[in-house]
Ligand binder design. Structure first.
Ligand SMILES: Nc1ncnc2c1ncn2[C@@H]1O[C@H](COP(=O)(O)OP(=O)(O)OP(=O)(O)O)[C@@H](O)[C@H]1O
Length: 284
């Protein structure tokens, strides 16, 4: 069984003469509008708590800031990211940590081009692969095998590379006859196997990954970790969100700690994890 992507598929930028990967984020803010003036009851509740014309209610360590705009529009929104700035260079492995609703997944989706921030500046240099949603980039009506062909087409692979990709993903996902059945029939664990196998078959320059992608049965996790190690070694940049400080300390060189959408601390993994653990111990 193949546990790492075939070397013929690997094209890390730093070894292929492309520009090194880079992520630059400047003063990035992202709001999710919740409702407009029509839906009054939540708004009234929020105003009772805030008693300010333009109120910012910061929940204690859960969620982003809830913004209530008292102008005629009456928009209520959640500020998931607030004035976030950082630069990630090739060779760095970043862990995103923070409380529930701190903005980790939202930030990952912004970096992956799924959400467009406003205002703010985002510059990403290099090929990006996201391991965020099990079905991202997959057509559920097509079979697992057809989805492999689709990705190969998307990446303009030659026939020999396509065959190598097909074999590699088929071996890794170990879906048996389900490989030739539509993806919509897969269980979530089966979809993760295929999605993970596909996304990690060709090392991207930048790999963005949500921790729950490591979910699955113990045997799969073991296989996935070994395969991921190969991809991370081939990728220029890894950004991973996790609540597991063990995973973060094992995989990351640098940690960005988010609190209510803001960067609370950004630095070497050991230092940020120590500060985070210390802060958490005061909140228990
Ligand atoms: N699609 C959405 N619509 C409205 N609000 C959203 C949406 N997605 C996220 N949010 C809000 O944005 C904030 C940040 O959410 P996000 O999912 O990024 O947090 P997280 O740090 O990944 O949390 P967790 O650790 O619980 O997964 C939360 O307050 C959440 O309620």
């Amino acid at each position: 069984m193949s546990r790492t992507a075939p070397s013929s598929l690997r094209t890390p930028a730093t070894r292929s003469g492309k520009d090194p990967a880079l992520i630059r984020v400047n003063h990035l803010t992202l709001d999710f509008p919740l409702f407009h003036g029509g839906a009054r009851s939540l708004k009234k509740t929020l105003f009772r708590r805030a008693k300010q014309p333009l109120a910012t209610i910061r929940a204690a360590r859960t969620g982003g800031e809830v913004m209530v705009d008292d102008s005629s529009s009456g928009v209520v929104s959640v500020r998931a990211l607030s004035d976030v700035s950082f630069t990630i260079r090739a060779g760095e492995r970043i862990g995103l940590i923070g409380h529930n609703g701190a903005g980790k997944s939202t930030l990952l989706r912004v970096l992956g081009g799924i959400y467009v921030p406003a205002p703010g500046m985002l510059r990403v240099t290099g090929s990006v692969e996201t391991l965020i949603d099990t079905n991202s980039g997959m057509n559920p009506e097509l079979t697992g095998r057809e989805n492999i062909f689709l990705q190969a087409q998307h990446k303009a692979l030659r026939t020999a590379q396509l065959r190598a990709l097909e074999k590699d993903v088929e071996d890794f996902a170990a879906l048996g006859e389900f490989m030739d059945l539509p993806v919509r029939l897969y269980s979530s664990g089966m979809a993760i196997r295929l999605g993970f196998g596909l996304a990690t078959a060709i090392a991207p320059q930048i790999l963005l990954m949500d921790e729950w992608f490591m979910a699955g049965d113990a045997k799969f996790q073991d296989k996935a970790l070994q395969r991921l190690a190969g991809v991370v070694n081939g990728a220029d940049i890894l950004v991973i969100t996790s609540h597991s400080l063990d995973i973060i300390s094992e995989w990351c060189t640098r940690v960005i700690w988010l609190e209510s959408g803001r960067v609370k601390m950004d630095g070497p993994a050991a230092a940020v994890l120590a500060a985070y653990t210390e802060a958490m111990s005061h909140h228990e």
